[in-house]
Design a protein around this ligand. Structure first.
Ligand SMILES: NC(=O)c1ccc[n+]([C@@H]2O[C@H](COP(=O)([O-])OP(=O)(O)OC[C@H]3O[C@@H](n4cnc5c(N)ncnc54)[C@H](OP(=O)(O)O)[C@@H]3O)[C@@H](O)[C@H]2O)c1
Length: 274
């Protein structure tokens, strides 16, 4: 990398969609000069949106944009990666860090497409990143310098919480936090259906349910207590919560959620080709 000081790095996004925008928003908020960020994106409407909202310019020329990058962020959908990545291999300057947020694409495949070894970081973000409340895990490949690792870490912190894991653990991360928001939405769907049946106003029910999910997560985070212990604290003998939990246990919901997360990890491995 030409310069290890974060604000002097030139970051180039390949793909200027939702995730790229969330990252750009966090970077600009975190002090990156907009003129150190560029976006290669085919859709002129997206480009002008990013230019007018964040002052970030770009073009539709992936190779030309990539040539100037200290850090190249691959932010296209996984299904277009096989056509988008190979032409970038020759364009990249020596030592450019490549950071991929494409779900399920292993580093070895990216290296093969590029046709040469480059410093690589693979990231699994999740959709709450779009509102700065994401949970991302990053796996750091060989040849990535400490300065590059901390630059990547700092960009991802603009999306929310960041953990560093081995690449082999990204399937588990995908199952836990990548797909995780869907499990919470599933729970919310069921809670709101019940609230409707019980005659609560939909808007009131929605506000109460959302605050409950957020509040429960904050309580667990701030007390550091085990979820089982927190649950025991709100479950008095013979009370309402105990009655509810008994129904969940009768339906084996705990086992179903555990098995669902394990299944998601298996599916993630299958999609990555073993
Ligand atoms: N959204 C999430 O919560 C989430 C979570 C985890 C991981 N990810 C990963 O993040 C990546 C991006 O997801 P996203 O939700 O941001 O997708 P997205 O909004 O569809 O963004 C992808 C962007 O790439 C552009 N693009 C398509 N072909 C291109 C090409 N050949 N060269 C340059 N740009 C091209 C698309 O433009 P057009 O629209 O004009 O095609 C679009 O603007 C995906 O790989 C996904 O797996 C996303």
């Amino acid at each position: 990398m030409a310069d290890s000081s974060l604000t002097n790095l030139r970051a180039v996004f390949i793909g200027g969609g939702n995730m790229a925008e969330a990252m750009i928003k966090g970077m600009v908020r975190g002090g990156w000069a907009a003129d150190r960020i560029r976006v290669a994106e085919p859709d002129p409407i997206r480009r002008s949106h990013l230019a007018s909202t964040y002052g970030v310019d770009g073009s539709d020329d992936n190779r030309a944009e990539a040539a100037d990058a200290d850090m190249l962020i691959l932010a296209v959908k996984p299904q277009v990666m096989p056509e988008v990545v190979p032409p970038l291999g020759e364009a990249l300057a020596e030592g450019t860090l490549v950071m991929s947020i494409a779900a399920g694409i292993p580093m070895r495949r990216i290296t093969a497409w590029l046709g040469r070894e480059v410093p690589l970081i693979r990231v699994m973000p999740n959709t709450p990143a779009l509102v700065g409340k994401g949970a991302s895990a990053m796996a750091v490949g060989e040849g990535v310098s400490e300065a590059q690792t901390s630059a990547a870490q700092s960009i991802l912190e603009g999306l929310g919480v960041v953990e560093t894991v081995e690449e082999a653990d990204l399937d588990a991360v995908t199952a836990l936090s990548g797909s995780g928001p869907a499990y919470v939405f599933y729970l919310l769907e069921a809670m709101l259906e019940a609230a409707d049946r019980l005659g609560l106003e939909p808007d009131v029910a929605r506000r109460l349910a959302l605050a409950t999910v957020e509040g429960a997560a904050c309580l667990a985070a701030e007390t550091g207590l085990d979820p089982a212990e927190l649950r025991a604290k709100v479950t008095s003998r013979g009370g309402t919560t105990e009655a509810a939990i008994r129904v969940l246990d009768d339906h084996r919901v705990h086992a179903a959620i555990r098995d669902a997360v394990v299944r998601a990890a298996t599916r993630s491995r299958e999609l990555a080709g073993g």
